[in-house]
Design a protein around this ligand. Structure first.
Ligand code: ATP
Length: 290
């Protein structure tokens, strides 16, 4: 795997107020990295600083090539406000900036905006503007794509198409750096998570690693075995028995399931309910709050 972006000791403040203290992380090719954190944590500021839309105080931001603008695509939270330019014109104008752009036909297909290609950008609906912003971000066939709250305002069909496109971009070796408060959507697509908290990257890893740190798993089953059979197992947080129904909360589902394995013949209706990314983030934030 090759590193496409390296960020070291990045610091950013707005008028003496420190927003980002000491940010360090890397992005590899063929990966989807999700930046998550509370409102105001500094996610947009981090993207803006990486892309030099706002100056950093100190630190290093290094892309894999010097001509970094040619390999980056950007979809920020704010949509374009342009009055006298239509969809086709803005797509082609953006394409003209790049050495090796995607074709217009490809971009209009990805955005699903063929029917409104002659409409002024200012007359598009909110969701159509988001789709157009996505097409513009892809215009240069970027190696690394920055997406800040991309699906806000999109309907469910557009969202579905959007995530499918993102997943296929990754398959083609692209890297996607994404922020979103729709954690359920991120949970399905991202393979790496960065939690921005207390002005730093407080967590950098996979969802499995996050589960180990702050996850609780509910394992339920029916059994006529005695409760004592299970109470000695390690990694159990609590155990609740109602008649022959057991509810066990653990922080290590694999460990618990391997302990249950010898008893499987005496167990039925086994289910394992992992914490959602929402819950994992909340647990993590509570534990690590300053
Ligand atoms: N141009 C600016 N001048 C001064 N302060 C700013 C500016 N932009 C952002 N801030 C402040 O920086 C902090 C981080 O804001 P930022 O928009 O980066 O957070 P965020 O994590 O993207 O939030 P959200 O999830 O709500 O989009 C906030 O306290 C915000 O008020």
């Amino acid at each position: 795997m090759a590193v496409v972006l390296n960020v070291e000791h990045l610091q950013k403040s707005y008028r003496k107020k420190t927003i980002l203290k000491d940010i360090n992380f890397q992005i590899n090719d063929s990966s989807i990295v999700a930046l998550i954190g509370a409102n105001g944590a500094g996610k947009t500021t981090l993207i803006n600083t990486i892309l030099k839309l706002t100056p950093k105080d100190t630190g290093k931001v290094q892309f894999s090539v010097d001509q970094w603008k040619q390999i980056t695509g950007v979809m920020m939270q704010d949509n374009l406000v342009l009055n006298r330019i239509n969809v086709e014109e803005i797509i082609n104008l953006t394409r003209s900036y790049f050495q090796d752009p995607l074709s217009y036909e490809n971009l209009i297909r990805i955005s699903g905006l063929k029917e409104v290609e002659n409409t002024f950008v200012s007359q598009l609906s909110g969701g159509q503007k988001r789709r157009l912003s996505f097409a513009l971000a892809l215009a240069g066939d970027p190696k690394i794509l920055f997406l800040d709250e991309p699906t806000v305002g999109m309907d469910s069909i557009a969202r579905n198409d959007f995530w499918k496109t993102v997943a296929s971009l990754k398959q083609n070796g692209k890297s996607i750096f994404i922020t979103s408060h729709y954690l359920k959507e991120l949970e399905n697509v991202a393979d790496h998570f960065l939690i921005l908290q207390n002005k730093n990257i407080a967590f950098d890893g996979s969802i499995e690693q996050l589960r180990k740190i702050s996850g609780k798993v509910l394992v339920e089953f029916d059994s006529k075995l005695s409760c004592k059979t299970f109470t000695s197992f390690s990694s159990i947080i609590s155990i609740n028995q109602t008649n022959h129904h057991f509810q066990i909360i653990t922080n290590d589902a694999n460990e618990l399931l391997s302990k249950l394995n010898p008893f499987l013949k005496a167990i039925s209706n086994l289910s394992v309910n992992q914490s959602s990314l929402d819950t994992l983030l909340l647990n993590y934030q509570e534990k690590n709050n300053d």
